[in-house]
Design a protein around this ligand. Structure first.
Ligand SMILES: [Zn+2]
Length: 146
């Protein structure tokens, strides 16, 4: 009787860009450790024990990658409040640039995961406005010996 169509999940409607859920949906013990470390530095800063410059030291390239390859998250920046925070994914390993490959699509991540050699993945939280950056997660990709 209703003429309203329900919105169904469809792959064709999804962007090929990485989404937050692709790498960071599953909570693991290590994530808790990173979160505690993150909170500790924020608390140090709030208590005046750390200079803002030492927390907000993202290189220009990291800030650019955050905007162009990163996934915006809903939380605001813990340091400059209104600043938008992005999760940036870097992969390191053989036949990749020494400064890591910044990942922007799921396909890219899947292709790297299909490699026989093991690669390291780091997800970094970055605020391009103030330069805040902190490690969110580290993991391994690839290493398939089949
Ligand atoms: Zn910020």
């Amino acid at each position: 009787m209703s003429s309203v169509r329900t919105q169904k999940f469809s792959f064709s409607n999804r962007s090929i860009a990485l989404e937050k859920e692709d790498l960071i949906s599953v909570e693991r013990a290590a994530d808790v450790e990173y979160r505690l470390a993150r909170q500790a530095v924020i608390d140090y800063w709030k208590n005046g024990k750390i200079e803002r410059e030492s927390l907000c030291d993202a290189q220009p390239m990291l800030k650019r990658n955050a905007i162009h390859c990163g996934v915006p998250i809903e939380e605001g920046c813990p340091i400059c409040e209104p600043g938008k925070v992005y999760y940036v994914t870097y992969v390191f390993g053989p036949r990749l640039p020494a400064h890591g490959r910044c990942i922007s699509t799921k396909g890219e991540l899947q292709r790297l995961n299909d490699r026989k050699t093991q690669l390291s993945v780091y997800v970094i939280e970055v605020c391009p406005d103030c330069g805040w950056n902190h490690l969110v997660r580290s993991a391994f990709l690839g290493g398939n010996k089949f």
